[in-house]
Design a protein around this ligand. Structure first.
Ligand code: WTA
Length: 658
């Protein structure tokens, strides 16, 4: 973030105290902070017992003796799916709607807790029939349809481990994730609806499994969603709707130990290879349930909650599937894009279901701002009472617009900071308690300890800036990187190891503290970009680019973008034998497609500049900072450490000529 925006953030003086009527019935009270402060572990133990059903109670809350590998509630036993389903039915809430599902073409289904439980039981029996048991990995590549939720819960129910792969990822990305986790089963669909068209999914699975050496995958289970034609591999491929008829309706949930792996979710890091972030059950479910209830002020009997995230991301795991269902919430699940068939589709859905709690990303809010308030103004949004934001810093203007236009000028806004690795919300206001400030995520949630540290590991004073660090272990923390314990230590725990005498988690985000001690997030400090709230690695896109035969070298930067936060901008040197055969426009069009194929459309660069040189230091390191200046149209910064100081002049001259 540039210095000017940091300055303007510092001068944000608008404050929004909770109303007395909201506070009067709020789930969270300031007593939570006191309780957590008095005894953090006792606080989490109480939350865990209050919020979850334990088949066998635990005797030890945290085992940190092998730090940074944490064990929470380790001798306790539970079943995640039982917690999200059966117990609500047994408590007499079987008729409550769990999911109001809305398909993009306008088809819809209301699914009660009793119905969802019945579907998951059958799916669990089907998994067992297909040989999936405790610890086996199942890849899930589905659109936002009820079967996505059913599949995740069924996998959890039998003690297996899911790896959900966002439907926007390509066959290549899918393949590497299936391989890394040695998945035995892939659950997919023929396609999903997107932007008014069928977007096929099965071909990517076929492509991912086409090459030799995929011994791990035994079956592909295919949900029929769009009825589009699919290729079929006899013996391997099975239709969901046919198979589900062949199994028993009854299924008893078995208890598993609290540290049983629940899922692996791949996310981009600073190298070319995505990291398989591993989460387990007891601690994860405790913190997602706690935060979902307290941060969103959930009253499960009356609220209708809607989180717009895809289940392919951590937000979908924690705040579409596990948090809301553990809490017995009623929620909306929407398949499609916000602007199909018209730009008011989201607001129409809020009106239709009377959504009371709404959770989305700043990039979406900024796109709606651009379209103008007339669109949301033409729907009845008066049911809304809490609004949430996640994925990237929300600029104060978007925050205020969100509150005014979507929230009718009265709803509290919770700006929630967290990561795939943290599993659940870590920093957020609590509605009914916190006086909110546009642009600041504000305070750690009760039971979480966060500090902003300088390079020496010293907490910065009020007004100072530094690196965001989590200084005590937390229940939903990642338990590791799948198959790579060393990378886990290096990436998150080595940063402060030399200067501090206890393990401290380095988040990779910069932050500053204001005069009140509130936290303002400033974006990543590493080579990870944040495009529309999605994490992308510069190294991963660079390696996709150089995998193309015409490319000699590439450098990727995240350039500031008004709507998407950051946008991918690439600088590419072509191999000399190709320079003459391809115009820069042709080459960049070709390479944009290539990146989509290698990683997925989300990683496709907004712009690719074909250049003759890249700016490098004398030790050969690419100076991305300078390329970022060019990509953002700024005056080029300090070039004194460049090996060849004329190169930046050449690049910017070339670009200004078009
Ligand atoms: C960024 C998404 C500022 C941050 C849940 C983090 C945020 C990365 C916020 C994690 C927020 C997420 N304010 N920045 N409220 N929420 N981020 O793993 O840079 O997809 O490190 O998890 O998103 O992205 P991830």
């Amino acid at each position: 973030m540039s210095n000017t925006s940091i300055d303007s953030l510092q001068h944000e003086e608008r404050r929004f105290p909770p109303t007395a009527s909201f506070s009067a019935t709020a789930v969270a009270t300031s007593a939570l902070y006191d309780e957590a402060k008095a005894d953090r572990l006792a606080f989490w133990a109480r939350q865990s017992r209050d919020l979850l059903h334990w088949h066998k109670d635990f005797t030890q809350t945290l085992d940190w003796s092998n730090a940074p590998f944490a064990r929470w509630f380790a001798d306790g036993e539970l079943n995640v799916a039982y917690n999200c389903l059966d117990r609500h039915v047994l408590a007499g809430n079987g008729d409550r709607i769990a999911i109001h599902w809305e398909g993009e073409p306008g088809d819809s289904r209301d699914i009660s807790y009793a119905e969802l439980t019945a579907e998951v039981k059958r799916a669990a029996n089907l998994l067992t029939k297909l040989g999936i048991g405790k610890g086996d990995r199942v890849a899930i590549y589905l659109p936002m349809i009820p079967e996505a939720v059913v599949s995740m819960l069924a996998v959890a129910r039998v003690g297996a481990v899911h790896s959900v792969i966002f439907g926007g990822f390509s066959a290549e990305s899918l393949r590497s994730r299936i391989d890394d986790a040695s998945a035995k089963l892939v659950i997919t669909a023929d396609g999903g609806w997107r932007k008014g068209r069928v977007s096929p999914l099965k071909p990517a699975v076929d492509g991912a499994l086409a090459k030799e050496g995929d011994l791990s995958v035994e079956h592909v289970l295919v949900v029929k969603r769009c009825d589009n034609d699919v290729e079929w591999t006899e013996g391997r491929d099975l239709w969901w709707h046919e198979e589900i008829e062949t199994v028993d309706a009854e299924h008893e949930a078995e208890a598993f130990e609290a540290e049983q792996p629940l899922f692996i979710l791949y996310t981009s890091g600073t190298t070319g290879k995505p990291k398989g972030i591993l989460h387990t059950t007891g601690g994860y479910l405790t913190q997602v349930a706690f935060t979902h209830k307290n941060v969103f002020d959930l009253h499960p009997e009356t609220d209708v909650y809607w989180c717009t995230a895809d289940v392919g991301w951590i937000t979908g795991h924690s705040y579409v599937v596990y948090g809301p269902l553990a809490n017995g919430a009623t929620q909306v699940l929407y398949e499609g894009t916000p602007d199909t068939p018209h730009p008011g589709r989201w607001w129409e859905i809020i009106q239709k279901y009377g959504v009371t709690i709404f959770y989305t990303a700043p990039t979406a809010i900024r796109s709606f701002m651009k379209l103008g308030r007339e669109i949301p103004d033409s729907f009845d949004l008066s049911s809304l009472r809490v609004l949430g934001s996640v994925g990237e810093p929300i600029n104060p203007e978007a925050w205020v617009w969100y509150r005014e236009v979507i929230g009718g000028g009265s709803t509290p806004i919770v700006d929630t900071w967290w990561q795939t690795e943290t599993g659940a919300i870590m920093i957020s206001a609590l509605p009914g308690v916190t006086i909110t400030k546009p642009g600041s995520a504000q305070v750690p949630v009760p039971g979480i300890t966060i500090e902003v540290l300088d390079e020496a590991g010293t907490p910065v004073p009020a007004g100072g800036g530094g690196l965001l660090a989590v200084t005590e272990p937390w229940p939903s923390m990642l338990r590791g990187i799948w198959g790579d314990p060393e990378r886990f230590k290096e990436t998150y725990w080595d940063k402060f190891a030399a200067v501090l005498d206890k393990p401290v988690y380095f988040a990779g985000d910069g932050a500053r503290l204001d005069e009140d001690g509130d936290i303002w997030l400033l974006g990543r400090v590493d080579d990870v970009m944040n495009v529309s709230g999605h994490r992308l690695s510069t190294a991963e896109i660079e390696s996709a680019l150089v995998s193309h035969p015409i490319v000699a070298e590439s450098a990727v930067v995240g350039a500031a973008d008004e709507t998407t936060g950051q946008a991918v901008v690439a600088f590419v040197i072509l191999r000399s034998e190709h320079v003459e055969h391809q115009t820069p426009d042709e080459a960049s069009a070709l390479l944009r497609i290539h990146v989509s194929e290698q990683i997925g459309a989300i990683a496709r660069p907004r712009e690719i500049f074909i250049v003759a040189e890249l700016p490098k230091t004398r030790s050969g390191k690419i100076m991305r900072r300078l390329l970022q200046d060019v990509a953002e149209g700024r005056a080029i910064g300090d070039t004194t450490t460049l090996a060849d100081t004329s190169v930046m002049q050449i690049i910017s001259d070339k670009l200004s000529k078009g």
